[in-house]
Design a binder for this molecule. Structure first.
Ligand code: SF4
Length: 427
């Protein structure tokens, strides 16, 4: 999952003792019953999106139905009663365009959420938005509630408009940039998430210059993934990984040459993994991967249906696992999922895949098995290891930084100057 700008929530050994209530947590399996805590709650206020990007993984993005506030209240009841709320966690409004739902809906929703004990301290609100609907009123709301904003921008106009279009097929660059300028004018902090596809991967310099010209300092790269309704990736062909590596390396070196003015999520995580071992450890010493922990992420659609593990699984169909919907919070609790056959099957396969990762991959202690949804969509099963996604978001950034450190320290003979970009296929 690289949907948002977020780095994994850091947890400490003491976090597990800070529950909001003393609800007894049912056992899942001997392997995981001691580590349950929620790091991210994704709530889909509506599946609807006002634009129509051609790489989008969401299947129902023309559906305009909206979560009823009574449903939200039930969801919050179940989450708060679960005993999973152990420390501050992110509540991400996502899985559709969240700002297509009116501000008045959110005013009521935030009022409901803030009724829960400690909610003001524990809930860190964030939105992932395409930016096209941002105006002064939205900025006022976002500032008032200190909502963290992730803006989806793919780069300069010709790159952004290639995939990010309206339903009429028009580019959305102007509207998105207007939204970005509105955020800046109103002093709303934001970060940018850019999908790197075949139209941008060979242009790291143009991408770097774009961020610098527009004063963008926080960036996350989502390398185009095979996921959900997006059944192929433009970078899945031969040579795709070489092009991604060349992109990342050139971008890193440009940033380095300027004194690292840009904070790139993938490189920041990699640097922390190298320089601060244990920064993302669970109490048992393993790497905290909230996508692989049952209920580390809880993902709820606008009808109260929920899944866990990678948010991209919410609402997706699957034959192999029967369903990625593990229950409905209107009629049951989160822990009802633990007796659900589909949940048990998914969990068993995720753990089996992670076991293989731990036995075969030197990066396991820096990723905890990475994204289950990418394993499923790329390899056909959670019980698997390497994916394009983990190559490009875990391995490559660490390799690039390590190589650079070794060069700086003079402990390698391979001096790596600014590299030559490989030619795009067919050139
Ligand atoms: S980098 Fe990929 S193959 Fe290696 S441990 Fe992580 S998920 Fe598994």
């Amino acid at each position: 999952m690289t949907t948002t700008l977020e780095a994994p929530t850091q947890r400490t050994a003491s976090a597990s003792n800070e529950g909001l209530n003393s609800a007894v947590q049912p056992k899942l399996t001997p392997q995981n019953s001691d580590r349950l805590a929620m790091g991210l709650l994704v709530i889909q206020p509506s599946p609807f999106c006002n634009i129509n990007c051609d790489y989008c993984y969401l299947p129902n993005r023309t559906d305009t139905r909206r979560m009823d506030h009574a449903v939200l209240e039930k969801v919050m009841d179940k989450v708060w009663d679960s005993g999973l709320v152990l420390s501050p966690f992110s509540l991400l409004w996502h899985a559709g365009e969240p700002l297509a739902v009116p501000i008045s809906w959110y005013e009521k929703a935030f009022e409901i959420i803030n009724r829960y004990p400690k909610a003001k301290d524990y809930v860190i609100h964030s939105v992932q938005t395409n930016g096209t609907l941002i105006n002064d009123k939205w900025c006022e709301f976002l500032n008032k509630h200190e909502v963290e904003v992730g803006l989806s921008v793919d780069g300069p106009r010709e790159i952004h408009d290639h995939h990010r279009k309206t339903r009429k097929g028009e580019g959305t660059f102007d509207k998105t940039m207007r939204g970005m300028e509105c955020l800046k004018k109103n002093n709303v902090p934001f970060g940018v998430v850019s999908v790197i596809s075949d139209v941008s991967v060979d242009h790291p310099d143009e991408m770097y210059d774009f961020y610098r010209e527009h004063g963008i300092t926080g960036i996350g790269f989502n390398i185009e993934e095979v996921e959900g309704a997006n059944e192929t990736s433009s970078l899945g062909k031969d040579g795709g990984l070489d092009r991604i590596r060349a992109f990342l390396k050139q971008f890193y070196l440009r940033n380095k040459a300027d004194g690292f003015p840009l904070n790139v999520r993938e490189f920041q995580n990699a640097e922390r993994n190298i320089l601060e071992p244990g920064w993302c450890s669970r109490p048992d010493g393993g790497y905290y991967n909230q996508e692989a922990d049952p209920f580390g992420m809880v993902n709820v659609d606008c009808f109260g249906n929920f899944s866990s593990f990678s948010p991209e699984l919410l609402g997706q169909s699957t034959e192999k696992y029967e369903s990625f919907t593990f229950g409905n919070l209107l009629s049951g609790s989160l822990f009802d999922a633990t007796v659900n056959g589909a949940f048990q099957h998914v969990l068993a396969d995720i753990e089996a895949g992670n076991q293989k990762c731990s036995e075969t991959c030197q990066f396991y202690k820096y990723c905890g098995g990475a994204s289950p949804s990418n394993k499923y969509y790329e390899n056909g099963t959670f019980d698997s290891t390497e994916t394009h996604q983990c190559r490009s978001t875990v391995m490559m950034p660490m390799e690039i930084i390590l190589e650079d450190l070794e060069n700086d320290l003079g402990i390698t003979e391979t001096v790596s100057p600014l590299i030559e970009m490989p030619k795009p296929p067919g050139v």
